[in-house]
Design a protein. Sequence first.
Length: 391
Amino acid sequence: MSLAESLESAAEALPGDAEQIRPANGDPFQLLTILDSDAGRRILAWLLFHHPEDGEELASAWLEEEAGAALVVAVPQDDLPKEGRKALRRLVHQARSRGVVIADSAEQAPHVGRLPDLDEKISKAYVSAYDPRGGRLVYIVESNPSGGARIFEALLDVERGIVDFQVYRAGRRQVGEFVRDLEKRPRFAAVEAAPESVRALIARRLAGQSAERPLPKAFSEWRGKLRLADEATATPGERVRVELADPGEPPATPGLVEEVEQGSIGPWPPQPEVLERVALALREKFAPLGRDPSALEARVDEEVSSLYLAGETARANAERFEETAYLYLHDGKEGLARACLGTADELRSEGGGERGPVLQALMSGVTGALTRDLEKRLGWTDESSGPEDAD
């Protein structure tokens, strides 16, 4: 059914609201201007119950307006069937990403932060996916007191802290083009997040910044303008934990393994200096023993596993998986988001994580690369072999 047909069905099922539904002729925005708040919640709940796809289409349009967003986040989930609940969870997540603050009590009205018009203040933020090494870019976009907008760009790494920081000035129209570019990048695209949660990410990296890694000069100069959130403020990943606290889709663990194997996420290896220490120790151990590739591979696998499943690498990757859950949920992939949270929990478990399929996929590339590197260092590879030797 089309949205207009579903709304006509709602008018027939809710005769008390029919006089408000039919004059809109299926137009979501006209309907929003006609309905009172109680009727809006009632009609949207009915659509999500009986026609979830059309209900989601209506709610997605309403999220563009302050009054509509308030109606969407006020619809109760408890009485909806599975498909309706899933749709509403996606909608509430989108609302949070746009700045809607969900009230703790149903009696309180949600506070809505809608997208700004040209004459209003800008306050947006974005987070990218993690690169293979484990770093990510985050952005804060806000009005410039002298006109236009300014964009703060930070390269963050759980282990390395604030790696780079840049500030750009742009006109308001340029901001729109910049944001579209962020969201449509073929790799490491960025998605919108609540500004305070992005400020919390920066604050945590600042708190953990090693004295051996000086802060970028631009960050030191602009730090006071960032208005960093308290470290206790929830990050995007921590917000996802709250949203997915209730049972929903099962974790899509095989799908997450496939994402790792395809290179969509990971491998997030230990720091180069850590791997170099392991390589030097293993070279010293195997040099006098003679060629034994199987034994070397087994020992490398053991060493890499110990690094991934406990210590600093495990702690860092636990946070990366948790924050990646936000990206998947933002795209409506609840099963993958839950699998990310489950993997993060494994890495944080007492005594270290277990070598499940996701972590096995994550570390396999590093194990293979380190093994090949050591075989070369030990002189076990015959790179001079020609075609005749191979025959």
